[in-house]
Every structure is written in C-alpha cells, then in structure tokens.
Write a protein that binds this ligand. Structure first.
Ligand code: MN
Length: 260
C-alpha cells in the first residue's frame, strides 16, 4: 500500500484488502518478514474469512485512471461485474459452512477437490473475485517505475522493458475470448508471462494455463475496455501501461521470491 492511498471506511474490507494485497498466498503461509516500499506491516496471522466475501472498494477514484480508462467503465466493471462475482461466490458458499470460512486463495488452490455442487461456481465467481481484487490494486493514477530488483529481473528475463511490454501485449492480444494475462513468479523464482481463460487464475492448481504467484495482471475481457476502445483490444493494452502501479508489482515481486 502506498501511504497516499485512502483508507477504506470499512475495517473488514480493509483487512481483507490487506490480506489479498499483502500476501500472495494464504495457504502457503509465506509471511514475508520485511516488506519493501514502506508497506503496512503484515499481521502474524491472516485475518479469517468471516463467511462473506466483500466488495473491496477501489483504492482510487473512479475517474482516476482517465484518460486511459474511463470512469464509466470503472463503475460498470467494479460496481456491476465485480460485485456480481462477489455475490455469486457468497451465494454458492452459503450452504457449505465447511468452505465458507476458507480464504479465497485456499478455495481457488483446491477447486478440483471442492464439492461438486459448488466447484464450477467457485471456480468462475471465486476466480472473478480474486482476479479483480488484484486487478484494481494493479492500477493507479500516479506515474510509477519498477523498483531496481524487479527492473533487473525483467531485463534479465526478457532482455529489456520494451521487450517485456511487447511480449505481454502479444500474449494479451492472443487470448481467445475472455481471459487474463499474467506475470507470475514461478517456484524457482523465475518470471513467466502467460494467460488464463475465463476467470481462471495462476493460483489454481489445475489447468489454469500458467501457474505461479501473480505479480502483474491485465483483464482482457471485453467488459474491461469495450466502451472506450470498442473491438481494439491492442489499443487498450497499449494505454494500460500508463496506469500500472509498479509499486504494487514490485512489492508483490519481493514477496513472491522464494526464501533463500
Ligand atoms: Mn473484468
């Protein structure tokens, strides 16, 4: 969290936001001892899911990403699409008390072993909840730059920042239908670019297309860009680089690296 971000009015949402944003994987118990970029200290124990997932407020104003992403798109995307995933996730879990209190990371990590009646709903709506909560945090109004460690890793892996952006853009442009393009840290600490379909996520253990700890993600569903960019996904992707919050990406990179 950058210190300039507004504090949520809702303490529960705030805790959940920190849980999602500060810790990549609840289930792996990777609690980083030192966080870069002056982020808030991470609690020793993860907050428990109270049984209802909440719509996390945007950490900036709806029009904060203009002219790159318009306020109307952000209203629809956050207040309608994201809220709908959240509600449907809660609805699916309502009759399954054993699963209601699991973190979203735990639920997604074990989608294949969930009870059959909720497996599909959790995969789709839990994925939608997790992916979007990350996506809001990926963006911000201020111009930021990748921290040195991340910039070096990108340089080493992809040759240059320009090459990296080209590769992400190419990957995002090639997603057939709806999905997401990710930069993840793999188990060996290396970076990888990949995509998932629908609301699948790299933290799912089965068939997600790319696996690892997500540090950057772009939503390439049409609802993310169609109002402003119509069918021109590549123009949306090109614009999107102007709103990337590199502080978030860099913090997640530091947290995702395997411990030495
Ligand atoms: Mn979306």
């Amino acid at each position: 969290m950058s210190p300039s971000r507004p504090v949520s009015e809702n303490a529960v949402s705030r805790r959940r936001f920190l849980a999602l944003s500060g810790l990549a994987f609840a289930s792996s118990l990777l609690v980083p001892k030192d966080l870069a970029f002056g982020a808030a200290p991470v609690p020793e124990k993860l907050p428990q899911n109270s049984g209802t997932f909440e719509v996390v407020p945007l950490p900036y104003a709806y029009d904060a990403l203009e002219p790159w992403i318009d306020a109307e798109t952000m209203h629809l995307h956050h207040d309608k699409h994201y809220a709908a995933y959240t509600k449907k996730l809660n609805d699916a879990l309502a009759g399954f008390p054993d699963y209601k209190t699991r973190s979203i990371e735990e639920l997604l990590h074990s989608t294949s072993s969930l009870p059959e009646p909720i497996r599909k709903a959790v995969r789709e709506n839990g994925g939608g909840y997790y992916n979007h909560t990350l996506f809001w945090e990926m963006m911000g109004p201020g111009k930021t730059q990748p921290a040195e460690a991340l910039a070096n890793a990108i340089q080493k892996t992809f040759g240059s920042m320009d090459n990296f952006k080209r590769k992400v853009a190419g990957e995002a442009a090639s997603v057939f239908g709806s999905g997401w393009t990710w930069l993840v840290v793999k188990h060996d600490g290396n970076l990888e670019i990949g995509s998932t379909s629908n609301q699948d996520s790299p933290i799912m253990s089965d068939g997600a297309g790319v696996s690892g700890k997500p540090i950057l993600v772009i939503d390439v569903w049409e609802h993310a860009y169609y109002l402003k960019y119509k069918n021109e996904r590549s123009k949306y992707i090109e614009s999107w680089w102007n709103v990337v919050n590199w502080e978030t990406v860099g913090r997640r990179f530091s947290e995702a690296l395997p411990e030495n």
